[in-house]
Design a protein around this ligand. Structure first.
Ligand SMILES: [Zn+2]
Length: 69
């Protein structure tokens, strides 16, 4: 299990999100952003339409370097 904050994943708040795997974390962050930050969700959608790999490429190394807890 790893824990990262919304902010570490490019979001605007400090809420901690935990997941077992990277795809799971992506889902959690996506749900969290849609539920709490509609403006950020829109920005991420635009970014995704522009380059579907961009967010993952930027955020995945942070996931990899986060220690298991
Ligand atoms: Zn947040």
């Amino acid at each position: 299990m790893k824990t990262m904050t919304c902010r570490e994943l490019g979001g605007p708040c400090g809420e901690a999100l935990s997941a077992e795997t990277w795809p799971d974390m992506v889902r959690r962050m996506t749900d969290h952003v849609i539920a709490n930050h509609p403006d950020t969700a829109k920005e991420m959608e635009t970014m995704h339409n522009d380059d579907p790999e961009k967010w993952g490429k930027e955020m995945r190394p942070k996931w990899e370097s986060t220690p298991e807890n």
